[in-house]
Design a protein around this ligand. Structure first.
Ligand code: TYD
Length: 224
């Protein structure tokens, strides 16, 4: 591989992103691609330190702006310490959630000012726009049922899972709106299908894109 690629996976709760990322990574490694699987919030030591503060709900009393700033701080560290160096050395980075989760969870359902969110995103990603984003779409009632089953008894829902079905429905619509606004970057995947079908769709979409696309970081570097 002459150049790396940056692929993100987005969507609501219980859409099966993590399972599909692992399957895709296995297939890519079998084809001798150099693959790095990572996630947000987290993915670098600095960002993992912030992850617990966010998912435990410790930051929730300070409001959505505080949470958005913490997600952005974690993202900036993750981009500079892990994602950009990996893509620059030719690795394919598969990232479980990224900037679209902030747009949706903090921006839309957090009710933050769009101009503030845009400025924050620009600082956090610093040009590291994903080459492809797979948006896993599922009815939130089904997604939450899956997320609860996955957690098993004992563990309660995290800071974001615990919110009302109405909020999860708004998130679903917001992810679909991003996909509609940025069709060159986003691919919507029907995540309600069985895992093998989803796997098939994801694999076909990613391999087709890898063959035909110039990675975004190269497009930006090219003279106008
Ligand atoms: P996690 O258990 O890591 O993942 P998932 O739901 O993808 O299986 O939870 C991450 C939670 O953090 C999830 O509820 C979405 C939320 N989140 C945001 O609100 N903003 C963000 O920018 C990111 C990356 C995640």
């Amino acid at each position: 591989m002459a150049s790396g690629f940056f692929i993100t996976f987005e969507g609501g709760e219980g859409a099966g992103k993590s399972t599909q990322i692992e399957r895709l990574a296995r297939k890519m490694r079998a084809k001798k691609y150099d693959v790095l699987v990572t996630r947000e919030p987290g993915g670098s030591p600095g960002a993992e330190a912030v992850r617990h503060v966010l998912l435990s709900g410790a930051a929730e009393p300070f409001g959505p702006k505080m949470e958005a700033l913490l997600f952005a701080a974690a993202r900036s560290d993750h981009v500079e310490q892990v994602i950009r160096p990996a893509v620059e050395r030719g690795t394919i980075v598969l990232c479980d959630r990224f900037m679209d989760s902030s747009r949706v969870y903090q921006g839309v359902t957090g009710g933050l000012d769009p101009a503030f969110m845009e400025a924050l995103e620009e600082v956090a990603i610093n040009g590291m726009v994903p080459d492809i984003t797979l948006i896993f779409d599922i009815d939130p009632a089904e997604g939450l049922r899956r997320a609860t089953a996955r957690r098993g008894a004992g563990d309660g829902p995290d800071r974001f899972e615990k919110e009302t079905l109405d909020i999860h429905q708004r998130r679903r619509e917001a992810f679909l709106a991003i996909a509609a606004a940025e069709p060159q970057r986003c691919i919507v995947v029907d995540a309600s299908a069985d895992p093998d079908t989803v796997d098939h769709v994801v694999t076909a979409a990613v391999f087709a894109a890898l063959e035909t696309m110039t990675p975004a970081h190269k497009r930006q570097a090219a003279p106008a």
